[in-house]
Design a protein around this ligand. Structure first.
Ligand SMILES: [Zn+2]
Length: 229
């Protein structure tokens, strides 16, 4: 008895509501959806790939199972206006764009609610250097080194970059963004350079973009927050 009205499980609805922070996940809208709670359970749950094989964006992934279509990673939380907008113009809002909205929504939530805003430079320094030390250990063990070409070492490097270094870089950038007021102007520019380096590292290891001439890890980052000001 297939029906086009997919029923989301309560855990899926809870997860989506929490992931969105109760705001529309369209980054140029972000309206507060709490007012809608009076009328509905959760804003509006918008399928990226639709429940029905003839819905908007259905042709982008026709093989996706019915079960996968009902999972949280295929659903955005939107206000009614944005939900109507994306479904009326699927060509303008392909799944690629909607997945990017979801990713940015998660980042915004992690920055706002999952990142401590600390009181002192010492506290920020400790948190930052714990992450930098962990990344440095990976670099010392497996990082690219002059005169050393070894496939197994390169495979280990790539694995640890994806599993350790990239997630730590994302935490570092959130931490340094949330606590930017405690940084000196020089440190802020170091962080901005580090953000470019971190993005290019992600482009290489997650998206296979090996454009040459990428920005190296800024040396000043290794001693950031060490000076008392
Ligand atoms: Zn909206």
């Amino acid at each position: 008895m297939a029906t086009n009205r997919v029923r989301f499980s309560q855990p899926t609805k809870d997860l989506l509501w929490s992931e969105s922070g109760g705001h529309c996940q369209n980054p140029s809208c972000r309206i507060d959806l709490h007012g809608l709670v009076q009328h509905k359970n959760v804003g509006e749950l918008a399928h990226i790939i639709p429940a029905s094989p003839i819905g908007p964006r259905a042709a982008e992934n026709p093989e996706l199972s019915e079960d996968a279509r009902a999972q949280a990673d295929n659903v955005l939380v939107l206000c009614p206006t944005c939900h109507t907008m994306i479904d009326k113009a699927p060509g303008q809002y392909p799944s690629e764009v909607l997945l990017e909205w979801k990713r940015r929504g998660k980042d915004a939530r992690a920055l706002a609610h999952g990142t401590p805003v600390l009181a002192t430079r010492t506290a920020v320094r400790e948190a930052v250097h714990e992450l930098l030390d962990a990344n440095n250990a990976v670099f010392r063990l497996y990082g690219p080194a002059d005169g050393l070409f070894d496939d197994a070492r390169a495979d280990q490097w790539s694995r640890h970059v994806r599993e350790v270094v990239i997630p730590n870089n994302q935490r570092l950038l959130r931490l340094l963004t949330a606590n930017r007021a405690l940084l000196t102007p020089e440190e802020r520019s170091t962080v901005d350079e580090f953000a470019v380096h971190a993005k290019e590292l992600e482009d290489r290891h997650l998206r296979g973009d090996w454009t040459p001439g990428s920005t190296r890890f800024p040396r000043r980052m290794a001693t950031i927050l060490k000076d008392d000001v």
